[in-house]
Design a protein around this ligand. Structure first.
Ligand code: AMP
Ligand code: ZN
Length: 174
């Protein structure tokens, strides 16, 4: 192997370190990573080793939940299969739980916007569980929906958490 001059080795090392630092920055700047890490407030309804589910702060309808991987992945395509499966299982349970509550969803949109061209605005994978009611308003773009605070979200989350616990007690599901 040819001996490389010291300054070339130094430059290579710096380039490697710079690459490493920028990869870390992506996760540090990620709003959903911050929520998962407890560094940013969110109204959480479920947490396990693979996924976290919390209420969307600009809900399409009451009970609009986002199910996200614990480990950062830019979108569902980049999410490891076991985590993607867990996201769907947890989304199913949340939808069943919501059906038990007086939020009375008649239907759901399960949505995985993938890539900016498809409307993804937060680049940490997330599965929307969006309760729907017959004749409710057209969805509109995410940025057009008004944000609501924890005083609105917390009572909704309490209902979903209680229904999830009821469901788990009845089915014995982890
Ligand atoms: P998407 O267009 O699929 O990327 O949707 C991103 C969703 O994340 C939108 O519905 C936003 O309202 C929601 N969102 C963004 N930031 C937060 C946050 N800090 N807490 C809760 N929901 C958020
Ligand atoms: Zn992230």
């Amino acid at each position: 192997m040819p001996r490389l001059p010291r300054f070339v080795l130094g430059a290579l090392l710096l380039a490697l370190l710079a690459g490493h630092a920028s990869a870390d920055d992506v996760a540090t700047d990620c709003v959903f990573c911050a929520i998962v890490a407890g560094q940013r407030d969110a109204v959480i309804v479920h947490r396990d080793e693979l996924v976290v589910a919390f209420l969307d702060h600009a809900p399409r309808n009451p009970g609009h939940v986002l199910v996200v991987p614990v480990a950062h992945a830019d979108d569902i395509v980049a999410t490891p299969a076991a985590t993607a499966e867990r996201m769907m299982v947890v989304a199913q349970r949340i939808a069943r739980a919501i059906r038990r509550t007086d939020l009375r969803a008649e239907g759901f949109n399960f949505i995985l916007n993938t890539g900016a061209a498809a409307g993804q605005t937060v680049f940490h994978a997330h599965l929307h569980v969006m309760p729907r009611h017959a004749g409710d308003q057209p969805a509109g773009a995410d940025h057009q929906r008004p944000r609501v605070g924890p005083e609105v979200l917390a009572p909704v989350a309490a209902k979903i958490r209680a229904a999830l616990a009821q469901e788990a007690a009845e089915t014995g599901a982890p």
